[in-house]
Design a protein around this ligand. Structure first.
Ligand code: 4NP
Length: 150
């Protein structure tokens, strides 16, 4: 059985598609499944934001095949680890948890060694390109830490 990891943000077009692409690029697809989704329904079915696609490409990662999806209760049954990007996403997912086992799967992605507690991956949607590169760098470090614990 593969270990299954779900990256979560609000729209599933900026941050979590990058997180999915970065983590998947570092793991053996025979052993791990990495996906992403949003807490909102705003962008269901859409490709990642052009700026996320460009930023990933710059680092050798192709995320163009991803399509936005919304978090579903059944995701608690599918995934072993659920990583929200910020505290708002974290709260929205925890609110949906049906039991302690569901809750135990949910970890704020930057709650890793080397980051201060409860730091958010900032939403880059309304900003410029540099915001996406900053998000990439944060997520790249966080993914390395996640892998060390797997
Ligand atoms: P994401 O960014 O949560 O990183 O995908 C956002 C994308 C779209 C919106 C908000 C955040 N929106 O409000 O449409």
């Amino acid at each position: 059985m593969k270990i299954k990891i779900l990256m979560v943000c609000l729209g599933n077009i900026c941050r979590s598609p990058l997180a999915e692409g970065i983590l998947a690029s570092k793991l053996d697809p025979e052993k791990f499944q990495v996906d992403s989704c949003g807490t909102s329904s705003y962008h269901i079915g859409q490709k990642p934001d052009k700026r996320s696609i460009e930023t990933a490409k710059k680092h050798g990662i192709d995320i163009t095949n991803q399509r936005a999806a919304q978090f579903k209760l059944s995701d608690f049954d599918i995934y072993d680890f659920i990583y929200p990007m910020d505290q708002s996403n974290y709260k929205d997912i925890i609110k949906l948890a049906r039991n302690e086992n569901d809750k135990k799967k949910v970890h704020l992605i930057l709650n890793q060694p080397g980051f201060n507690e409860d730091i958010d991956v900032p939403d880059p949607y309304y900003g410029g390109k540099q915001g996406f590169e900053d998000v990439y760098q944060m997520l790249n470090s966080a993914c390395d830490q996640i892998i060390e614990k797997l």
